[in-house]
Design a protein around this ligand. Sequence first.
Ligand code: AQP
Length: 340
Amino acid sequence: MQRIFSGIQPSGIPTLGNYLGAMRNWAALQHDHECIYCVVDLHAITQWQEPADLARQTREMAASLLACGIDPRAHILFNQSAVPAHARLGWIFYCVTRLGWLNRMTQFKDKAGKDRENVSAGLYIYPSLMAADILAYHATRVPVGEDQRQHLELANDIAQKFNHDYGVEFFPHIEPLIMGPAARVMSLRDGTRKMSKSDASDQSRINLNDDADMIAAKIRRAKTDAEPLPGEAEGLEGRPEARNLVGIFAALTDTDHASVLREHGGRGFGAFKESLTALLVEKLAPIASETTRWLNDPGAIEAVLRDGAARAAALCDPIVAEAERLVGFLSVQGVKAGRA
Ligand code: AQP
């Protein structure tokens, strides 16, 4: 069975983008893969997180994942900071990664914007930690949204350079799993920008805990153009907002752009948006209520994460210890805090 690893930042309420690009696929892949899913709190602090909020957001993200169908008994769900091997391998990978590679990362350019000198070093280097997250488990399949493709190419460059520099075939090749017609869900306010949980405008996204009225209002206000929907997928060319809404509809009905347009082509956006709202409410309401059920029992969420972290550490500790041995670190057994 192929081993899967993927992570999500507890940097806010997950969006429809996170759900269609990642979370939903994570749940589906559990049937025929060994899955390790991680709430990546180390990544979250690459951008400012209120300390008073981060622990709660971590619990909330875990609750959302459980509500989306992640099975923590058959698979593993944990938070990244609970397994120190990620940071240990991360450091080795920071030293393998070349600055030129990081300079090409488009997500850094998008997130840093014009304020490049003022963002954290963590934001710049985080793709190397992401490589460590995956390769610490020798995972070979990584289900992500389209925005992460470049980071996975970088992870393969890092693995290859490590293997080359140390003369080994230790880290495997990683395959991205980028699935479905909504692998890149765009902002509801601007069809050229990714929908993001940390976007300043709440109107730009559907949050997984939005109620029916909020979903209806956001979809009603979603930016569109003046033309009716085309009859064929080619007609979406140059119409990013229309493409986005059709892609969301297709993903939620497990179809594709062409079949949505066969049914809805020629309609105006008013009618289409009403159908889309009904579909979103039908699909998201059960997730919101299941999330609330988990959040009413924070102890149960923490028990899941504790158990997941212990099982994750059992898998990755020997792999990371071997990487450290290959690098040449002296391993002094049996160290305890305090004077020996
Ligand atoms: N708009 C999106 N469409 C499809 N997939 C998406 N993902 C994120 N946004 C979209 C996928 O969700 C997974 C978890 O992402 P993340 O939270 O770790 O980081 P991110 O990609 O930076 O997501 P956000 O929502 O934009 O977070 P913030 O605002 O905190 O930076 C990944 O698989 C990602 O591809």
